[in-house]
Design a protein around this ligand. Structure first.
Ligand code: NAP
Length: 246
C-alpha cells in the first residue's frame, strides 16, 4: 500500500467526476472511482490516472443502495487501507415541469443525488473520525441555491446536499475533518449535452461570463478543497458558474 492519499470519487467515470479524478491524480493522490453502467469509460479514466503515476481502481456501485455504499467503502479500504478524500459527484437529472413530474422522476433523482451522498458520507465519516482527518466534497449545483423551472426534483436534491454539507461540517469539525460543497453552473458534459439546443442557448444568456464551464473548472476547485491548503475552510458552498448565481 502506498503513502499517497486516497480519494474516492463517485461517478468518476466521465464528465465532472472524470476531471476530478485526473486533477486529484495530478496532485499525487491514489484514486478509487465508481461507475454504474459505464465500465469502459471508468477503465479509461483509471488508466489515465495511472499514467500520472498513481494507483487507480474502478468499483461498480449504485449509490441509491445503502448496502452497495457500505460494500463499496469496505472494498476500497481493503484495497487501499484508507480514505482521505470523498467526492460525492454521482448525479442524475430527470427534468420536466411539475405537473408532468411522476413520483419516480422525483424519487429517482433524490435517491441518487441526495440519498447516495448521505449513505456515502455516513460510511466514510466513520473512517475519517477514526483517522481524525479527512476532506468531504459534495457536488451540488447552483440550482440548489436559485431553483430552476423544470427541475423541482433536481434542485430539491441539490439543496439537500447543501443542507447535509453544512450539518456534517458542524458534526465533524472538532476532528479536523472538513465538509464543503461545490455548486457548478452550466458545464459541458453528457448531462447538459442531452438538453435540446434551444434550452442550452437560453441558459447561456444567463451566464455573465458568456460560455459554458469545463469539467476542469470544477475539478480545480475540488482539488483545492481536497488539498492541504484549504484546512481552515468548512461548511461552505463554492459556486463555479461563470457568475450565474451571484
Ligand atoms: P454525467 O456526465 O452525466 O456523469 C454522471 C456520473 O454519475 C457518471 O459517472 C455515472 O456513472 C454516475 N452515476 C449516475 N447514476 C449513478 C448511480 N445511481 N450510482 C452511482 N453513480 C451514478 O454528469 P456530470 O455532468 O459530470 O455531473 C456530475 C455531478 O455534477 C452531478 O452530481 C451533477 O448533478 C453535478 N452538476 C453538473 C452540472 C453540469 O452542468 N453538468 C451542473 C451542476 C451540477 P455511469 O457512467 O456508469 O453511468
Amino acid at each position: 500500500m502506498s503513502d499517497r492519499k486516497l480519494a474516492l470519487v463517485t461517478g468518476g467515470s466521465r464528465g465532472i467526476g472524470r476531471a476530478v479524478c485526473l486533477c486529484l491524480a495530478a496532485q499525487g493522490m491514489d484514486i478509487a472511482l465508481t461507475y454504474t453502467g459505464g465500465k469502459e469509460a471508468a477503465d479509461a479514466t483509471a488508466e489515465e490516472c495511472r499514467v500520472l503515476g498513481v494507483t487507480a481502481e474502478c468499483f461498480q456501485a449504485d449509490v441509491r443502495s445503502s448496502e452497495a455504499c457500505a460494500e463499496l467503502v469496505k472494498k476500497v479500504t481493503a484495497s487501499f487501507g484508507r480514505i482521505d478524500v470523498l467526492v460525492n459527484n454521482a448525479g442524475i437529472t430527470k427534468d420536466t415541469l411539475i405537473m408532468r413530474m411522476s413520483d419516480s422522476d422525483f424519487e429517482d433523482v433524490l435517491r441518487v443525488n441526495a440519498f447516495g451522498a448521505f449513505y456515502m458520507m455516513r460510511e466514510v465519516s466513520r473512517i475519517m473520525l477514526k483517522a481524525r482527518r479527512g476532506r468531504i466534497i459534495n457536488i451540488s449545483s447552483v440550482v440548489g441555491l436559485t431553483g430552476n423551472a423544470g427541475q423541482v426534483n433536481y434542485s430539491a436534491s441539490k439543496a439537500a446536499v447543501i443542507g447535509m454539507t453544512k450539518s456534517l461540517a458542524r458534526e465533524l469539525a472538532s476532528r479536523k475533518i472538513t465538509v464543503n460543497a461545490v455548486a457548478p453552473g452550466f458545464i459541458r458534459t453528457d448531462m447538459t449535452m442531452k438538453m435540446d439546443e434551444k434550452t442550452r442557448e437560453a441558459i447561456l444568456t444567463k451566464i455573465p461570463l458568456g460560455e459554458m464551464g469545463r469539467p476542469e473548472d470544477i475539478a480545480e476547485t475540488v482539488a483545492f478543497l481536497a488539498g492541504d491548503r484549504s484546512g481552515y475552510i468548512t461548511g461552505q458552498v463554492f459556486c463555479v458558474d461563470g457568475g450565474m448565481a451571484m
